[in-house]
Design a protein around this ligand. Structure first.
Ligand code: ZN
Ligand code: ZN
Length: 167
């Protein structure tokens, strides 16, 4: 079983993400991220420095998921739900645009986007099947895709995860 630290700038966001992901990965809530000083002109947090900060944490886990309540973006995009190092160690997820007055729906969106970003850290790329690795341009896209991997992505994930477990 993969133990996944969830690091956050907000304890509540981390708890929510941990609750949503639990059952898929073992989760512990780690120390806070510090996204200040990383804002662009639209007061959004740049996702790349968050990934770097996560990578610099002295944690032994093979994968790291950072969660922030702030709106995040990358150069040249309006916003992103999350960002991950493809085949790498760190992924970040923002709860900002996933929020919903329906708690169940919010949890489901968190789960889908956490699985999606973690899938990237295991080397999975975007998938066009009915799959959590399908790219979502907005929350409607998130709501429309399943919270699970298609059989092709799942078999790649299982292969990668058994490799990661041996590290
Ligand atoms: Zn993606
Ligand atoms: Zn797939």
């Amino acid at each position: 079983m993969l133990v996944l630290p969830v690091c956050s700038d907000d304890a509540r966001a981390a708890e929510q993400a941990a609750e949503a992901i639990n059952g898929h990965f073992s989760v512990y809530v780690g120390r806070a991220l510090n996204p200040r000083l990383l804002l662009n002109s639209r007061s959004q947090v740049l996702a790349e420095p968050l990934l770097e900060e996560l990578g610099s944490l002295r944690l032994r886990h093979c994968k790291l998921l950072g969660v922030t309540e702030q709106d995040i973006t990358t150069e040249g995009t309006n916003y992103v739900f999350g960002l991950a190092e493809l085949g790498g160690r760190a992924a970040v997820l923002s709860t900002f645009r996933l929020r919903c007055s329906e708690r169940g729906k919010f949890r489901e969106r968190l789960l889908k986007e956490a699985l999606h970003e973690l899938g990237h850290t295991f080397g999975l790329v975007h998938c066009t099947r009915s799959c959590v690795m399908r790219f979502s341009a907005d929350v409607h896209g998130v709501d429309a895709k399943p919270a699970s991997f298609c059989s092709t992505c799942m078999s790649s994930l299982t292969k990668f995860q058994s490799l990661a477990d041996r590290i």
